[in-house]
Design a protein around this ligand. Structure first.
Ligand SMILES: NC(=O)c1ccc[n+]([C@@H]2O[C@H](COP(=O)([O-])OP(=O)(O)OC[C@H]3O[C@@H](n4cnc5c(N)ncnc54)[C@H](OP(=O)(O)O)[C@@H]3O)[C@@H](O)[C@H]2O)c1
Length: 277
Protein backbone atom coordinates (compact mmCIF):
# COMPACT_ATOMS: atom_id res chain seq x y z
CA UNK A 1 0.00 0.00 0.00
CA UNK A 2 1.24 3.48 -0.78
CA UNK A 3 -0.27 6.50 0.84
CA UNK A 4 0.24 10.07 -0.14
CA UNK A 5 -0.14 13.24 1.84
CA UNK A 6 0.09 16.06 -0.66
CA UNK A 7 -0.23 19.78 -0.87
CA UNK A 8 -0.21 22.00 -3.92
CA UNK A 9 3.57 22.32 -3.94
CA UNK A 10 4.84 18.85 -3.07
CA UNK A 11 3.93 15.25 -2.47
CA UNK A 12 4.95 13.25 0.53
CA UNK A 13 4.83 9.52 -0.16
CA UNK A 14 4.64 6.89 2.57
CA UNK A 15 5.16 3.30 1.42
CA UNK A 16 4.06 0.38 3.59
CA UNK A 17 5.05 -3.18 2.76
CA UNK A 18 3.65 -6.42 4.05
CA UNK A 19 5.79 -6.38 7.19
CA UNK A 20 4.34 -2.95 8.03
CA UNK A 21 0.73 -3.78 7.31
CA UNK A 22 -1.30 -6.87 6.40
CA UNK A 23 -4.14 -5.50 4.27
CA UNK A 24 -6.35 -8.46 5.23
CA UNK A 25 -6.41 -7.18 8.83
CA UNK A 26 -9.25 -4.61 8.75
CA UNK A 27 -8.47 -3.10 12.15
CA UNK A 28 -4.79 -2.66 11.33
CA UNK A 29 -5.68 -1.07 7.98
CA UNK A 30 -8.03 1.40 9.61
CA UNK A 31 -5.45 2.27 12.28
CA UNK A 32 -2.73 2.84 9.65
CA UNK A 33 -4.91 5.10 7.52
CA UNK A 34 -6.13 6.98 10.61
CA UNK A 35 -2.52 7.53 11.71
CA UNK A 36 -1.17 8.69 8.33
CA UNK A 37 -4.26 10.59 7.19
CA UNK A 38 -3.38 10.47 3.48
CA UNK A 39 -5.08 12.58 0.85
CA UNK A 40 -4.61 9.74 -1.59
CA UNK A 41 -4.15 6.01 -1.03
CA UNK A 42 -2.95 3.54 -3.68
CA UNK A 43 -3.13 -0.23 -3.28
CA UNK A 44 -0.24 -2.04 -4.98
CA UNK A 45 -0.51 -5.15 -2.77
CA UNK A 46 -1.91 -8.34 -4.25
CA UNK A 47 -1.76 -12.11 -4.44
CA UNK A 48 -0.32 -12.59 -7.94
CA UNK A 49 0.57 -16.31 -8.19
CA UNK A 50 -1.85 -16.98 -11.05
CA UNK A 51 -1.36 -20.76 -11.21
CA UNK A 52 -1.03 -21.38 -7.47
CA UNK A 53 -4.28 -19.47 -6.93
CA UNK A 54 -6.13 -22.48 -8.37
CA UNK A 55 -5.07 -24.35 -5.19
CA UNK A 56 -5.19 -21.34 -2.86
CA UNK A 57 -8.42 -19.64 -3.88
CA UNK A 58 -9.29 -18.66 -0.29
CA UNK A 59 -5.93 -16.96 0.25
CA UNK A 60 -6.17 -15.22 -3.12
CA UNK A 61 -9.66 -14.00 -2.22
CA UNK A 62 -8.51 -12.72 1.19
CA UNK A 63 -5.63 -10.68 -0.28
CA UNK A 64 -7.24 -9.63 -3.57
CA UNK A 65 -10.81 -9.00 -2.42
CA UNK A 66 -11.06 -8.66 1.39
CA UNK A 67 -7.86 -6.58 1.61
CA UNK A 68 -8.79 -4.01 -1.04
CA UNK A 69 -12.26 -3.78 0.53
CA UNK A 70 -10.63 -2.99 3.88
CA UNK A 71 -8.47 -0.31 2.30
CA UNK A 72 -11.41 1.24 0.44
CA UNK A 73 -13.47 1.36 3.62
CA UNK A 74 -10.65 2.94 5.60
CA UNK A 75 -10.06 5.48 2.82
CA UNK A 76 -13.77 6.32 2.80
CA UNK A 77 -13.85 6.66 6.59
CA UNK A 78 -10.84 8.98 6.66
CA UNK A 79 -11.56 11.04 3.54
CA UNK A 80 -8.81 9.71 1.25
CA UNK A 81 -9.16 9.19 -2.49
CA UNK A 82 -8.47 5.48 -3.10
CA UNK A 83 -6.93 3.86 -6.19
CA UNK A 84 -6.82 0.09 -6.58
CA UNK A 85 -4.81 -1.74 -9.25
CA UNK A 86 -6.56 -4.54 -11.10
CA UNK A 87 -5.92 -6.73 -14.12
CA UNK A 88 -6.91 -7.88 -17.60
CA UNK A 89 -7.50 -11.32 -16.04
CA UNK A 90 -11.01 -10.18 -15.07
CA UNK A 91 -11.85 -10.78 -18.77
CA UNK A 92 -12.19 -14.11 -20.59
CA UNK A 93 -9.99 -12.90 -23.46
CA UNK A 94 -12.42 -13.84 -26.22
CA UNK A 95 -12.87 -10.22 -27.38
CA UNK A 96 -10.49 -9.32 -30.19
CA UNK A 97 -11.32 -5.61 -29.99
CA UNK A 98 -9.56 -3.61 -27.24
CA UNK A 99 -11.32 -4.03 -23.90
CA UNK A 100 -13.08 -0.96 -22.55
CA UNK A 101 -13.77 -0.59 -18.82
CA UNK A 102 -17.48 -1.24 -19.27
CA UNK A 103 -17.06 -4.49 -21.26
CA UNK A 104 -18.49 -7.63 -19.61
CA UNK A 105 -16.09 -9.47 -17.32
CA UNK A 106 -15.65 -13.23 -17.11
CA UNK A 107 -12.50 -14.41 -15.34
CA UNK A 108 -11.06 -17.75 -16.44
CA UNK A 109 -9.47 -18.72 -13.12
CA UNK A 110 -9.28 -18.19 -9.36
CA UNK A 111 -6.81 -15.29 -9.59
CA UNK A 112 -9.01 -13.34 -12.02
CA UNK A 113 -12.11 -14.14 -9.94
CA UNK A 114 -10.41 -12.85 -6.78
CA UNK A 115 -9.35 -9.64 -8.54
CA UNK A 116 -12.86 -9.10 -9.88
CA UNK A 117 -14.25 -9.58 -6.35
CA UNK A 118 -11.71 -6.99 -5.19
CA UNK A 119 -12.96 -4.46 -7.75
CA UNK A 120 -16.50 -5.02 -6.53
CA UNK A 121 -15.51 -4.65 -2.87
CA UNK A 122 -13.65 -1.42 -3.60
CA UNK A 123 -16.51 0.13 -5.55
CA UNK A 124 -19.05 -0.95 -2.91
CA UNK A 125 -17.18 0.70 -0.03
CA UNK A 126 -18.90 4.02 -0.58
CA UNK A 127 -15.91 6.35 -0.87
CA UNK A 128 -14.15 8.05 -3.77
CA UNK A 129 -12.62 4.99 -5.43
CA UNK A 130 -10.83 4.32 -8.70
CA UNK A 131 -10.00 0.86 -10.11
CA UNK A 132 -7.25 0.92 -12.73
CA UNK A 133 -6.70 -2.27 -14.72
CA UNK A 134 -3.32 -2.99 -16.29
CA UNK A 135 -1.82 -5.96 -18.14
CA UNK A 136 1.57 -7.51 -18.94
CA UNK A 137 3.63 -5.26 -16.63
CA UNK A 138 7.43 -5.20 -16.84
CA UNK A 139 10.27 -2.97 -15.69
CA UNK A 140 14.05 -2.78 -15.86
CA UNK A 141 14.60 -4.53 -12.53
CA UNK A 142 12.42 -7.66 -12.58
CA UNK A 143 11.63 -10.38 -11.92
CA UNK A 144 9.38 -10.27 -14.96
CA UNK A 145 9.09 -11.58 -18.52
CA UNK A 146 11.63 -9.11 -19.90
CA UNK A 147 14.25 -10.18 -17.39
CA UNK A 148 13.54 -13.86 -17.92
CA UNK A 149 13.96 -13.50 -21.69
CA UNK A 150 17.29 -11.67 -21.36
CA UNK A 151 18.57 -14.17 -18.79
CA UNK A 152 17.65 -17.21 -20.88
CA UNK A 153 19.04 -15.62 -24.04
CA UNK A 154 22.33 -14.87 -22.32
CA UNK A 155 22.50 -18.48 -21.18
CA UNK A 156 22.50 -19.39 -24.88
CA UNK A 157 19.27 -21.33 -24.64
CA UNK A 158 17.04 -22.00 -27.65
CA UNK A 159 13.69 -20.50 -26.73
CA UNK A 160 10.10 -21.28 -27.60
CA UNK A 161 7.70 -18.48 -26.74
CA UNK A 162 3.91 -18.46 -26.79
CA UNK A 163 2.57 -16.76 -29.90
CA UNK A 164 -1.20 -17.14 -29.52
CA UNK A 165 -1.86 -14.87 -26.51
CA UNK A 166 -2.31 -11.23 -27.55
CA UNK A 167 -1.79 -8.24 -25.31
CA UNK A 168 0.09 -5.03 -24.67
CA UNK A 169 3.37 -5.10 -22.75
CA UNK A 170 3.05 -2.27 -20.25
CA UNK A 171 5.91 -0.35 -18.71
CA UNK A 172 5.67 -0.15 -14.92
CA UNK A 173 7.60 3.12 -15.16
CA UNK A 174 4.95 4.63 -17.43
CA UNK A 175 2.26 3.32 -15.11
CA UNK A 176 4.00 4.82 -12.07
CA UNK A 177 4.08 8.19 -13.85
CA UNK A 178 0.36 7.85 -14.54
CA UNK A 179 -0.33 7.05 -10.89
CA UNK A 180 1.68 10.09 -9.81
CA UNK A 181 -0.33 12.28 -12.15
CA UNK A 182 -3.54 10.81 -10.76
CA UNK A 183 -2.35 11.40 -7.18
CA UNK A 184 -1.80 15.06 -7.94
CA UNK A 185 -5.17 15.56 -9.60
CA UNK A 186 -7.52 12.63 -9.02
CA UNK A 187 -10.53 14.73 -9.96
CA UNK A 188 -9.39 14.65 -13.62
CA UNK A 189 -10.75 11.09 -13.70
CA UNK A 190 -14.25 10.29 -12.51
CA UNK A 191 -14.37 7.59 -9.82
CA UNK A 192 -14.92 4.10 -11.27
CA UNK A 193 -13.08 1.68 -13.53
CA UNK A 194 -10.28 2.71 -15.93
CA UNK A 195 -7.79 0.95 -18.19
CA UNK A 196 -4.14 1.96 -18.43
CA UNK A 197 -1.65 0.75 -21.03
CA UNK A 198 0.01 1.59 -24.32
CA UNK A 199 -1.04 1.64 -27.96
CA UNK A 200 -0.67 -1.50 -30.02
CA UNK A 201 -0.84 -5.25 -29.50
CA UNK A 202 1.61 -8.09 -29.81
CA UNK A 203 2.11 -11.63 -28.52
CA UNK A 204 4.60 -12.90 -25.94
CA UNK A 205 6.73 -14.07 -28.87
CA UNK A 206 6.49 -10.64 -30.50
CA UNK A 207 7.44 -9.01 -27.19
CA UNK A 208 10.43 -11.36 -26.82
CA UNK A 209 11.60 -10.57 -30.36
CA UNK A 210 11.38 -6.83 -29.68
CA UNK A 211 13.42 -7.27 -26.48
CA UNK A 212 16.14 -9.22 -28.29
CA UNK A 213 16.22 -6.73 -31.15
CA UNK A 214 16.38 -3.78 -28.75
CA UNK A 215 19.22 -5.42 -26.83
CA UNK A 216 21.05 -6.35 -30.04
CA UNK A 217 20.96 -10.04 -29.12
CA UNK A 218 21.05 -12.93 -31.59
CA UNK A 219 18.70 -15.53 -30.13
CA UNK A 220 17.44 -18.87 -31.38
CA UNK A 221 13.76 -18.18 -30.61
CA UNK A 222 10.71 -19.74 -32.20
CA UNK A 223 6.97 -19.38 -31.66
CA UNK A 224 4.81 -22.00 -29.96
CA UNK A 225 1.20 -22.27 -28.86
CA UNK A 226 -0.41 -22.11 -25.41
CA UNK A 227 -1.33 -25.77 -25.84
CA UNK A 228 2.40 -26.63 -25.93
CA UNK A 229 2.76 -25.34 -22.36
CA UNK A 230 -0.34 -26.30 -20.34
CA UNK A 231 -0.66 -24.42 -17.03
CA UNK A 232 -3.06 -24.94 -14.09
CA UNK A 233 -4.78 -21.59 -14.81
CA UNK A 234 -6.06 -20.61 -18.25
CA UNK A 235 -4.88 -17.24 -19.62
CA UNK A 236 -6.96 -14.79 -21.69
CA UNK A 237 -6.18 -15.08 -25.42
CA UNK A 238 -6.77 -11.36 -25.97
CA UNK A 239 -5.81 -8.82 -23.34
CA UNK A 240 -5.52 -5.43 -24.98
CA UNK A 241 -6.89 -2.83 -22.56
CA UNK A 242 -7.96 0.34 -24.37
CA UNK A 243 -6.00 3.19 -22.70
CA UNK A 244 -7.60 6.01 -24.73
CA UNK A 245 -10.22 7.09 -22.12
CA UNK A 246 -7.53 7.31 -19.43
CA UNK A 247 -5.37 9.55 -21.62
CA UNK A 248 -8.30 11.61 -22.84
CA UNK A 249 -9.11 12.44 -19.22
CA UNK A 250 -5.49 13.00 -18.20
CA UNK A 251 -4.65 15.21 -21.15
CA UNK A 252 -1.92 13.12 -22.79
CA UNK A 253 -1.39 10.66 -25.62
CA UNK A 254 -0.53 6.99 -24.98
CA UNK A 255 2.89 5.83 -26.13
CA UNK A 256 3.16 2.78 -28.34
CA UNK A 257 4.34 -0.29 -26.43
CA UNK A 258 7.51 -0.22 -28.53
CA UNK A 259 8.32 3.35 -27.40
CA UNK A 260 7.84 2.40 -23.76
CA UNK A 261 9.99 -0.71 -24.23
CA UNK A 262 12.80 1.33 -25.81
CA UNK A 263 12.92 3.56 -22.72
CA UNK A 264 13.04 0.53 -20.43
CA UNK A 265 15.81 -1.18 -22.42
CA UNK A 266 17.81 2.04 -22.19
CA UNK A 267 17.44 1.77 -18.42
CA UNK A 268 18.56 -1.88 -18.51
CA UNK A 269 21.70 -0.87 -20.43
CA UNK A 270 22.36 2.01 -18.03
CA UNK A 271 21.98 -0.26 -15.00
CA UNK A 272 24.36 -2.78 -16.51
CA UNK A 273 26.85 -0.08 -17.40
CA UNK A 274 26.90 1.27 -13.86
CA UNK A 275 27.09 -2.27 -12.41
CA UNK A 276 30.15 -2.96 -14.55
CA UNK A 277 32.03 0.13 -13.35
N1 LIG B 1 2.71 -8.14 -12.94
C1 LIG B 1 1.80 -8.05 -13.91
O1 LIG B 1 2.07 -8.39 -15.09
C2 LIG B 1 0.42 -7.55 -13.63
C3 LIG B 1 -0.52 -7.56 -14.68
C4 LIG B 1 -1.79 -7.05 -14.44
C5 LIG B 1 -2.13 -6.56 -13.19
N2 LIG B 1 -1.22 -6.59 -12.20
C6 LIG B 1 -1.62 -6.07 -10.89
O2 LIG B 1 -0.67 -5.09 -10.50
C7 LIG B 1 -0.55 -5.09 -9.08
C8 LIG B 1 0.90 -5.24 -8.69
O3 LIG B 1 1.35 -6.47 -9.23
P1 LIG B 1 2.87 -6.94 -9.05
O4 LIG B 1 3.21 -7.78 -10.21
O5 LIG B 1 3.72 -5.78 -8.65
O6 LIG B 1 2.70 -7.89 -7.79
P2 LIG B 1 3.82 -8.53 -6.84
O7 LIG B 1 5.18 -8.32 -7.42
O8 LIG B 1 3.36 -9.93 -6.55
O9 LIG B 1 3.71 -7.64 -5.53
C9 LIG B 1 2.61 -7.75 -4.68
C10 LIG B 1 3.01 -7.21 -3.35
O10 LIG B 1 1.89 -7.35 -2.45
C11 LIG B 1 2.42 -7.75 -1.21
N3 LIG B 1 1.38 -8.42 -0.41
C12 LIG B 1 0.86 -9.65 -0.60
N4 LIG B 1 -0.05 -9.92 0.35
C13 LIG B 1 -0.11 -8.84 1.16
C14 LIG B 1 -0.84 -8.52 2.32
N5 LIG B 1 -1.74 -9.37 2.85
N6 LIG B 1 -0.65 -7.31 2.92
C15 LIG B 1 0.25 -6.44 2.40
N7 LIG B 1 1.00 -6.68 1.29
C16 LIG B 1 0.82 -7.88 0.68
C17 LIG B 1 3.55 -8.69 -1.57
O11 LIG B 1 4.39 -8.87 -0.46
P3 LIG B 1 5.34 -10.21 -0.39
O12 LIG B 1 6.35 -10.02 -1.48
O13 LIG B 1 5.91 -10.13 0.98
O14 LIG B 1 4.43 -11.36 -0.61
C18 LIG B 1 4.20 -7.92 -2.71
O15 LIG B 1 5.09 -6.96 -2.21
C19 LIG B 1 -1.46 -6.20 -8.58
O16 LIG B 1 -2.71 -5.65 -8.22
C20 LIG B 1 -1.64 -7.10 -9.79
O17 LIG B 1 -2.87 -7.80 -9.73
C21 LIG B 1 0.05 -7.08 -12.37
Amino acid sequence: MDVVASDAASMNWVGLDRSDLDIVDARAVDAAVAAIRPDVLINCAAYTAVDRAEQEADLAHAINAVGPGNLAQAAAAHGAAFLHISTDYVFDGEQVEPYRPEDPTGPLGAYGASKLAGEEAVLAAGGRAWVVRVAWLYDAWGPNFLHTMIRLAEAGRALRVVDDQHGTPTSALSFARALRQWAKEPERWSPGIWHFGHRGVTTWFGFAQAIFEGMGMEVDASPCSTADYPTPARRPRHSHLDPEPWFAAGGGVPETWQEALAECLEQVRTERGSAAV
